[in-house]
Design a protein. Structure first.
Length: 430
């Protein structure tokens, strides 16, 4: 769509957008949008997003980005101030914004994580962590089945899904996988010799909201410490209140060697990620700060967002709010699932404001997604589990919003047909 094009109605604008998608963005993305009858997004605020026709949708997608909702006022105000003053660094002089954001992030992370390296994306944080781990001279990496850590070459090497990895092989060598949640399997693998690192998620988000057994994470820390392996904890989706606490990593599980943060770190407004590490693990970058660099690492605009986001998370007690909302949401969705035909829903599980609905077949998950959109709710898929649809709402929901979400789920469940994955009428009144 060119700058001179001025559609007179939403349908015409959508047609223009789809045409540009097919020509320039990707035919696959256009086909998916057509299959799900997706409209064009126009604006957003709080828990909601509006399309160009003026219809409102409750935001439960974004892969965990919107814990504070859309355009949270304190973050937007901080970004305006920074834009007016100094949005981007020349990277030679000292940055007060970088120093302030790093100190603020360290203050809310587990004790012992003293160093911070900022990036822009979660995959970039994973790449940085893998490089720091390999700087100890070891090469072997242990990852988990069902794990997802991004799609750049290094991050993809520790992502489990084969269909994402195969087209780009060879990836990093010496990557082994053990079953998620099985500490005995991890212990047996580490007996073969300490790897550079073990990478694990407190809850597997893209893996389909897989929650490990009680005690597993603490045992993982014990086993890695016993064998001298660095432990990388990927909190890119689960951190910053999403699970109803600041971090998915348990308080009594000891300190990981590296902790990865992203998604919500930029307040849902700008892309920011971070790697936190112990001073010992960070030593290669202390010795040579040019060993790993990025043009936009620590850019002032992003750092202003980080500081404002962390302050707002604390001032509004967002993790506590996510915990209480999450309990009500999980109970409500489980009750709503009883409206589904027998055998359609396999499980509804979650922690905090990360809830997964597992359907029997991928086609039913797609139909459930379409029905939710039809009922004014934007869910998110699970890139590592085709049968799981996720609900990742912001912690700014009020009681009416929560009721709207649960009613939409009930209507979507009721619309599912067990035989072919299609849906019947998806009215919110059903």
């Amino acid at each position: 769509m060119t700058a001179t094009t001025a559609p007179t109605d939403p349908a015409a604008e959508r047609a223009d957008v789809l045409a540009d998608y097919r020509r320039h963005v990707g035919a696959g993305a256009a086909a998916l949008a057509e299959a799900l009858a997706l409209p064009v997004e126009a604006r957003s605020e709080g828990a909601y997003l509006w399309d160009t026709a003026g219809r409102r949708y409750l935001q439960c997608g974004g892969y965990g980005v919107f814990i504070l909702g859309h355009r949270p006022a304190p973050v937007v105000a901080a970004l305006h101030r920074q834009l007016d003053r100094h949005p981007m660094s020349g990277r030679l002089l000292l940055s007060a914004e970088l120093a302030e954001a790093a100190a603020a992030l360290v203050a809310v992370t587990p004790d012992g994580l003293e160093r911070v390296y900022f990036g822009c994306t979660g995959a970039e944080a994973v790449e940085t962590a893998l490089k720091l781990a390999r700087a100890n001279g070891r090469r072997r990496i242990v990852a988990m089945t069902g794990g997802f850590h991004g799609k750049t070459l290094g991050a993809l090497s520790v992502t489990d899904r084969m269909s994402f990895r195969v087209p780009f092989k060879p990836l990093l060598p010496d990557v082994e996988r053990v079953p998620y949640g099985d500490v005995d399997a991890l212990r047996a693998t580490l007996r073969d010799g300490p790897p550079a690192c073990v990478i694990v998620e407190p809850v597997q988000g893209e893996g389909g909201v897989r929650i490990p057994p009680d005690g597993y994470l603490a045992a993982t820390r014990d086993v890695t410490a016993e064998h001298g392996a660095l432990l990388v904890v990927d909190e890119i989706q689960t951190g910053l209140g999403r699970l109803g606490r600041w971090w998915g990593w348990p308080d009594d599980a000891g300190t990981p060697d590296l902790l990865l943060v992203g998604k919500a770190l930029g307040g849902g407004c700008v892309p920011v990620s971070a790697v936190l590490s112990t001073a010992e693990v960070f030593r290669p970058l202390d010795r040579n700060p040019r060993l790993h660099t990025s043009t936009f690492s620590g850019y002032p605009l992003g750092m202003a967002a980080v500081t404002a986001t962390l302050r707002h998370l604390q001032a509004a007690a967002i993790p506590d709010r996510a915990a209480s909302l999450g309990r009500a949401l999980l109970a409500g969705v489980r009750e709503a699932a009883m409206r589904a035909a027998e055998g359609v829903v396999r499980d509804v599980r979650g922690r905090g404001l990360l809830v997964g609905v597992e359907l029997a077949r991928p086609e039913q998950a797609a139909a459930f997604t379409a029905a939710l959109v039809g009922n004014g709710v934007l869910p998110t898929s699970s890139l590592g589990a085709d049968t799981v649809v996720r609900l990742c709402p912001p912690a700014v929901l009020d009681d009416a919003d929560l009721d709207t979400l649960i009613r939409a789920c009930a209507a979507a469940f009721a619309a599912l047909r067990p035989g072919d994955g299609r849906t019947g009428p998806a009215s919110g009144d059903s």
